[in-house]
Write a protein that binds this ligand. Sequence first.
Ligand code: 13P
Length: 244
Amino acid sequence: MAPRKLAAGNWKMNGTLAALAEIDRLRSDHPAPGCDVLICPPATLIHAVAATGIATGGQDCHARPSGAHTGDIAAAQLSDAGASHVILGHSERRTDHAETNAQVVAKAVAAHAAGLVAVICLGETEAQRDAGDTLAVISEQLAGSVPQDATAANTVIAYEPVWAIGTGRTPTNDQIAEVHALLRDRLSARFADGADMSLLYGGSVKPGNAAEIFAIPHVNGALVGGASLKAADFGPIIAALSAA
Ligand code: 13P
């Protein structure tokens, strides 16, 4: 099995019911995409987005199955609302909520137990890259954030350099290739089907740079923020991945 191609949209804290029109447009413009397409809306929209028939994901889950955790959502609740995936360990969670690798790995175990695909994010800060620490940081996050029960069917890894998120800046193709080759090596060494896990790049992916990024070895798709909010932007990214 080759890694599945996945175009994943992370809507972050954007969107109300009015945004469903973008999904309708996406689905009518791209009725049979040549890749998997996933939308991760705010939790308030998961049920409605899932009802359109598009694959839907949460943006976080709690590690516990239930209990006194005001404001949190359990993995099984995401599944119950119609989600098939959940983003975990996004840099905005690691920064805004001080999430650690240990918390991310616990959430991934919970996601798997609920039957969700965990989209586990990692990436270096600009200071870490400038210090020459990128590969060490990625290795540490990968080792610490991906649980032992990960398989190609239940886990996707997203490399998102923190400095490329929402900035319009992207790494060079060589920089992306270097990190993705490391991810593939480490995953293949650790997991029986690590060669088949989907590896996404994320950070300022746009219609204009998508095809170039998808041509990089071991890039099996993208985790897209801003450009996933409008069908006019996300559609061409889906088309580029379908053609890759
Ligand atoms: P942008 O595509 O807006 O840079 O966001 C990337 C991201 O964080 C996706 O999770």
